[in-house]
Each structure stands twice: as structure tokens, then as C-alpha cells.
Design a protein around this ligand. Structure first.
Ligand SMILES: Nc1ncnc2c1ncn2[C@@H]1O[C@H](COP(=O)(O)OP(=O)(O)OP(=O)(O)O)[C@@H](O)[C@H]1O
Ligand SMILES: [Mg+2]
Length: 202
């Protein structure tokens, strides 16, 4: 098998952060605001390749994963390079996908996410950027948190607090449709980010 470094060099991203090409050994599984994420087909690992302007995050995210090693709610880390990290591939659905596919998010999932975050805090971290696409309910029902690059920021992050509030006030209620289209959910996320939902200010 090619080294992770060789695999990373097959991923070509242009100046507008468009993905131009990548090796046949990789399968694209996610796109974020700073990276493309691939499953390495022959393994259970994921390689996160940062956009050219975000390569500095690779080292930071790798260091945070190192601090979290041994906590089962976070992927293990296997390699880091100047523009990539290699972590466990998590088979499952992000909370965003759970809502758009109509898969139930239960109160015990919420408790388990709280617990996972408390374990990170106990290691001196400040869990931040906790949003619907950074939390995965794995196929075996376990909770996995990904995208930990901002866990060392000092600024207070209200996102998880607000998500829990929305869960209690709306999702949990009988009237709430358990399946919402991605278009609508993205629109709600957009309004939230702009600070346009008064009781959920960031
Ligand atoms: N280890 C993994 N296993 C399975 N899917 C993953 C994994 N890592 C990332 N993904 C998928 O790829 C998407 C983007 O990954 P990630 O959140 O790490 O990128 P990002 O650019 O840092 O995101 P953000 O926009 O939140 O800053 C995730 O929302 C998820 O759907
Ligand atoms: Mg993310």
C-alpha cells in the first residue's frame, strides 16, 4: 500500500478549494470548510487533506488528537503530515445526516456527547466548534466526535449549549418533524451563524 504521504500527494486542490483529482485508492467521504476527507479504501482509516490555505491546522488537530488518545469517543490518530492527518474512519451518520435521513437522536445520545466533551475538558481542553456535522453516531451506536482542531481555543463556544437547547425545546417535542430536508437544515444553520435566531445567539 502507498504511504499516507504518497496518498496525500495525489489529492489536487486548486486555488478556489475545488477538488481536481485524487487516487483511486481513496473514496471521498466528506467536505468541510477547511478540508476534504477520504476513506483509504483498503483500510479503516480516514485521511483529512486540508485546503492550501488551511494546512497549518494539520499539526494543531494532530496535537489535540494526541491529547485525546485513549478516549474511545474520539478517533485514534495514526499519522500527520504538512497538509494531512490520518485517523480512524467512523462508519455511521453525523447528527446532520441523522436529521436529514430521519434517524432518531435520543436523549441518551445527547448524554453520551456531554460525557465525551467532559472527558476532553478533563484533559485540559476547551471543546469548541461542536456542530451537527462534527458528531457521528457510529453504526454500533457509539458516539464519535471529530474535527477537534479548535479544542485548544480559549474563547467560549456556545454551539453545543445551543444545540442542546434546540433539542429540548423543539426536536424532543411531538410536533417536530423527525426528518428535515438538508436545504432547510442548512438555511437554519445559516441564520444561526448570522446571529438571526434571537434565543440562540452565538
Ligand atoms: N473520521 C471520519 N470518519 C467518517 N467521516 C468523517 C471523518 N472525518 C470527517 N468525516 C466527514 O467529513 C466531514 C468533514 O470533516 P471535518 O469536519 O473534519 O472537516 P472540516 O473542514 O474541519 O469541517 P468544518 O467545516 O466543521 O470546519 C465531516 O462532517 C464528516 O461528514
Ligand atoms: Mg467539521
Amino acid at each position: 500500500m502507498d504511504t499516507y504521504e504518497t496518498l496525500s500527494s495525489t489529492v489536487i486542490i486548486d486555488k478556489k478549494n475545488r477538488l481536481m483529482s485524487y487516487s483511486n485508492s481513496l473514496k471521498l467521504i466528506g467536505t468541510g470548510r477547511s478540508a476534504f476527507v477520504f476513506k483509504v479504501k483498503s483500510s479503516n482509516k480516514a485521511i483529512k487533506i486540508f485546503f492550501p490555505n488551511f494546512t497549518h491546522i494539520a499539526k494543531e488537530e494532530a496535537e489535540v488528537y494526541q491529547i485525546l488518545q485513549g478516549i474511545t469517543h474520539y478517533p485514534s490518530i495514526y499519522d500527520v503530515g504538512f497538509n494531512y492527518i490520518v485517523i480512524d474512519y467512523v462508519e455511521g451518520y453525523t447528527l446532520f445526516e441523522c436529521i436529514t435521513h430521519g434517524k432518531a437522536i435520543t436523549s441518551s445520545h445527547i448524554k453520551e456527547i456531554d460525557y465525551a466533551l467532559s472527558l476532553a475538558s478533563a484533559r485540559g481542553l476547551n471543546p469548541s466548534d461542536i456542530h451537527l456535522r462534527n458528531i457521528i453516531i457510529a453504526s454500533n451506536g457509539e458516539i464519535k466526535l471529530i474535527d477537534v482542531a479548535r479544542f485548544r481555543q480559549t474563547k467560549d463556544c456556545k454551539q453545543w449549549h445551543n444545540l442542546k437547547k434546540a433539542y429540548r425545546r423543539h426536536y424532543h417535542k411531538r410536533y417536530f418533524p423527525k426528518k428535515v430536508s438538508a436545504t432547510i437544515l442548512n438555511k437554519i444553520a445559516f441564520l444561526y451563524k448570522k446571529g438571526l435566531i434571537p434565543t440562540y445567539r452565538i
